[in-house]
Design a binder for this molecule. Structure first.
Ligand SMILES: Cc1cc2nc3c(=O)[nH]c(=O)nc-3n(C[C@H](O)[C@H](O)[C@H](O)COP(=O)(O)OP(=O)(O)OC[C@H]3O[C@@H](n4cnc5c(N)ncnc54)[C@H](O)[C@@H]3O)c2cc1C
Length: 337
């Protein structure tokens, strides 16, 4: 990091997009005393955002299996910010299990990740009684957390308003219409300004059953993409998520079979669960799948959060704020025009 000339002191800041990136930026800037206006083209239900479809896992150590070290660095910092600003965030850890035939992949996952504890069959049952006798071993990542996107986004929006920020829903704005510092957090819609962005499709299913109780996300090792079951409370579970190089929407039969099959492997009682929802979102990604804060005079674009938006947004917002207030540059994620 080094110090650069900061654009200005405490000034009017317009943020476009109230998904997880824009919401965290609005919160930290409003709390720092800036006059913040957050523009969102959809209504408060946020169904046009990728964030609406996310799992909300805060899992910097598990994600290290497939991610660059910068994701862990920022993710671990972001966990502190989630704790600090949303003290009710559950940090019950994550559990990773595998089907017997995927043992080699399980060992690979263990090798590529850190900050976990190996559990034998008895310990898996002690941690998650519903899984007693189902897996010979597991990996427990005790410091990881998770949020429910559809609950935490409204909480973030409320916190922004409490800190003095203004949120305008149903406000479809253009970058050039806005004065002062503009922070572009439009996700995939920012392709008009950032042509390298692409959408990576993630599919999810929500099911409901009173027969299974889990206290934390359970990941099932899978040779192609990480499959997980996340408890949402009230007997609901999110099954996620595929990762497909396509900007198609909807859920394919093949993906549905894989997601539902994974839940059935985690616990056969999911076979009787009621299907509540099928859905998909497009993760905004750059070619290197890494987040980027692109800086131009008075214009900052924060994008490419890919499959780590909930994990990274607080730390990226903190970096953007440090740049605007003190000119601090983070060489790993910032690009200056
Ligand atoms: C199935 C699935 C599971 C996932 N699971 C996880 C997970 O467990 N953990 C994790 O960290 N990440 C996860 N992700 C990734 C995460 O959802 C994304 O990284 C994140 O949502 C991207 O957030 P964003 O704020 O950049 O974009 P978005 O959430 O898309 O927000 C952009 C917003 O900008 C608004 N907008 C666009 N143009 C305009 C305009 N002109 N004017 C006003 N508003 C505008 C849009 O309406 C939208 O609300 C998952 C994604 C998917 C699809």
């Amino acid at each position: 990091m080094y110090q650069n000339k900061a654009p200005s002191g405490e000034s009017a800041v317009s943020i476009i997009g109230a998904g997880i990136a824009g919401a965290w930026h609005a919160l930290l800037f409003a709390q720092a005393g800036h006059a913040v206006t957050l523009h969102e083209r959809s209504d408060a239900a946020m169904t046009q955002s990728t964030s609406h479809w996310a799992g909300g896992m805060l899992a910097p150590w598990c994600e290290a299996e497939t991610s660059e070290p910068v994701i862990s660095r920022l993710g671990i910092r972001a966990l502190d910010l989630w704790r600090q600003h949303f003290s009710q965030t559950p940090f019950n850890g994550s559990l990773v299990v595998a089907h017997a035939r995927d043992r080699a992949d399980f060992e690979r996952f263990a090798r590529l990740t850190t900050n976990h504890r190996r559990l034998d069959a008895r310990e898996v049952g002690e941690l998650e009684p519903a899984l007693e006798g189902r897996f010979r071993e597991g990996l427990f990542y005790p410091e990881e957390g998770h949020v429910e996107p559809r609950r935490v986004l409204p909480q973030l929006h409320a916190a922004i308003a409490k800190a003095g920020g203004v949120i305008q829903f149903n406000s479809d704005v253009k970058l050039d219409d806005l004065e002062g510092i503009v922070i572009d957090c439009r996700g995939l819609s920012a392709r008009d300004a950032q042509g390298e962005l692409r959408g990576v499709k993630g599919e999810m299913i929500v099911v409901e059953t009173a027969e299974v109780e889990l206290a934390r996300p359970v990941r099932l090792i899978h040779p192609r993409f990480p499959l997980y079951v996340i408890p949402r409370g009230d007997g609901r579970f999110m099954l996620g998520a595929t990762s497909i190089e396509s900007e198609d929407t909807g859920v394919s039969v093949r993906s549905a079979l894989e997601l539902l099959g994974a839940a059935y492997v985690v616990h056969p009682a999911f076979g009787e669960a009621r299907i509540i929802e099928f859905g998909s979102g497009l993760r905004p990604a750059f070619p290197d799948n890494l987040p980027r804060i692109a800086i131009e005079p008075e214009r900052i674009a924060v994008n490419g959060l890919y499959r780590h938006g909930f994990l990274l947004a607080p730390a990226l917002a903190e970096l953007t704020l440090a740049y605007v207030e003190r000119g601090v540059i983070d060489n790993e994620v910032m690009r200056c025009a």
